[in-house]
Design a protein around this ligand. Sequence first.
Ligand code: PBG
Length: 307
Amino acid sequence: MDRKTALTHIVIATRESRLAMWQAQHVQALLQERGHVVELLGMTTRGDQILDRSLSKVGGKGLFVKELEVALEEGRADIAVHSLKDVPMDMPDGFTLACVLEREDPRDALVSPRHASLDDLPEGAVVGTSSLRRVVLLQELRPDLRIEPLRGNLDTRLRKLDEGQYDAIVLAAAGLKRLGLESRIRTTFDPDLMLPAAGQGALGIEVRADRADLIECLAPLAHQADTLATAAERAVSRTMGGSCSMPLAAHARWQANGKLRIDAAWGDSAGVAELLRAQHEADVSSTAQAEALGRQAAEALRRAGAR
Ligand SMILES: NCc1[nH]cc(CCC(=O)O)c1CC(=O)O
């Protein structure tokens, strides 16, 4: 195969959940518009199989990406499309994040058959989420709520709500919107109250670090403003030694004054201690500057007592 042919034929490794498939097809369409021939290779990951335990107890974020990386390693696929939120802060040796795409709504959403907002939930209502970040933030807003674990892909989570196992559940707005389920959203949370997770709503494309050819093809798909914002968010998690067993939130927004502002929050994993928050802003025009901003916020959380 000559170099030109190799460049135009791209195989995307993807998980088979509806959301993962949507995301892979989205990238497929973007690459096809640029003249590439793009195929999907669907696969089931360990994270998809383990549905009965909280993810943070069985190995964390890496579970969703490992099998896809093996496919890249073996040359069965060229790129993997991930929800950036699920991508470990440090890529394993030999892999790199080639680009971050324009992000969808980064906020969390409340889904409930009977209640229009968090304030509208009766005392002691049962709310489903397995994210420690959401647990800690919800407990701060409504200490009376009973928060119960909720696992599975988006359709499974909605089914469990519809079966009556919960009064409400909290999900990323981005996933619901991508699957055409926006009408299920009763309210999207003010990000200052329910601070999103690092990378929430953004897609990242992973490749083998030695595939300069692919990195070049993918460069035009990058969204610069969201790349810098999510780089700052991911630097908060990286500095904190972040994994999904840590109740950490990090959300960066571009301000009217042209600066990038980052908000970060950390809570005790028991979910009882007070929530620590940090906020910084800076002029940011490079990844290094974005990461420095994220580190500043993490160091402020540390000084305030986060471990
Ligand atoms: N942890 C699972 C996960 N990873 C990405 C999304 C949604 C889409 C996104 O945030 O980009 C979700 C579901 C959720 O948190 O409700």
